[in-house]
Design a protein around this ligand. Structure first.
Ligand code: ATP
Ligand code: MG
Length: 305
């Protein structure tokens, strides 16, 4: 597989979560820039939307993750679990080219979205991120009003009419299970919300631009159990419309919310270098009840990691 250099385009990583035009994960005509027919493809639930084939990710000379192959299935939640440093965030970020923003990062192997290689030379990473949005570990609302946080992406995409923006904002906040809590304080700063509300605001901001896939890197790690269960419930609901990939350290959470689980670990090679490896990918139920690999069993039963 060829190894491609990853450029560092000058994009604001926060903006990248919210720049998709129209909604409708499965049906809408999406912008084509570089993504070709991938932009307009339709998937049935459970069909792969993305495919990773023999993916390795490097930071300079360091091969952080080696040889990962797995599908990301439509309208399903895929969890990535494994011990710290095994490359979960690295793999997640490679799914929407967020690693492009890390100097020296590069990807080999292939990552396709509706069959289109997202690292092909003609593909614009900003377009990729319009389809594949991201929610970060730490909620990162902009220092703007709640309304403006959610309207930010649609405005960037050219939506100007107030009534249309109002509808988009209400729909996104409703979709993120936050509308009832904030509908009377649209002008309040997003930073004035609680941590759990801020995370749901960030989810609203991500879905306001109608991505098809939402990547979430430990979205609940800074939240208390009640806020966590709200976000988990929300994920369930979002999976009706979106394809979700979640990195979590919380195995109960992976078992509760996901349909598929990928277990990663770090292996030391003959030269003594640690590389993240995918040990096992399967239905979540199988991974947690009858994994094929001893290392998976050791991890989920707490004997390792
Ligand atoms: N920007 C970077 N530059 C260089 N090395 C990096 C960078 N980001 C991650 N790494 C290295 O890549 C490997 C995988 O890191 P990554 O953050 O993907 O792990 P993780 O599984 O998400 O860990 P955690 O559970 O602690 O978040 C680690 O060895 C890490 O040090
Ligand atoms: Mg991580």
């Amino acid at each position: 597989m060829p190894t491609r250099s990853v450029k560092s385009p000058s994009v604001d990583s926060e903006v990248t979560t919210m720049t998709t035009p129209e909604k409708a994960p499965s049906r809408t005509v999406r912008p084509t820039a570089g993504l070709g027919s991938a932009a307009t493809s339709v998937s049935a639930p459970g069909e792969p939307v993305m495919d990773l084939s023999d993916v390795s990710v490097f930071y300079g000379d360091f091969e952080a993750v080696r040889g990962v192959s797995l599908p990301i299935r439509h309208n399903q939640i895929t969890a990535m679990i494994g011990p710290s440093g095994c490359g979960k965030s690295t793999v997640l970020r490679s799914l929407n080219r967020m690693n492009d923003l890390v100097a020296g990062a590069r990807v080999s192997g292939s990552i396709t979205y509706h069959g289109q290689d997202i690292y092909a030379p003609n593909v614009d990473p900003i377009q990729v991120r319009r389809h594949i949005g991201m929610v970060f570990q730490k909620a990162n609302p902009f220092p703007k009003s709640i309304y403006d946080n959610v309207a930010y992406g649609p405005r960037l995409n050219g939506v100007k009419r107030r009534a249309e923006l109002d509808d988009i904002v209400e729909e996104a906040l409703t979709g993120a299970a936050l509308w009832d809590e904030v509908k009377d304080k649209m002008k309040t700063s997003g930073l004035a919300l609680s941590g759990g509300q801020q995370q749901r605001l960030c989810i609203a901001r991500a879905i306001a631009v109608k991505p098809e896939v939402i990547l979430m890197d430990e979205p609940c790690s800074a939240l208390d159990p009640i806020a966590t269960s709200k976000v988990e419930e929300l994920m369930f609901r979002l999976a009706e419309d979106y394809t979700i990939v979640i990195v979590t350290h919380n195995m109960q959470q992976a078992a509760r919310v996901s349909h598929y689980t990928a277990f990663f670990t770090a292996e030391v090679d003959d030269a003594g270098v640690r590389h993240g490896r995918l040990v096992e990918f399967d239905d979540t139920e199988k991974i947690f009840t009858n994994p094929a690999e001893q290392r998976t069993e050791d991890y989920i039963t707490g004997r390792f990691g």
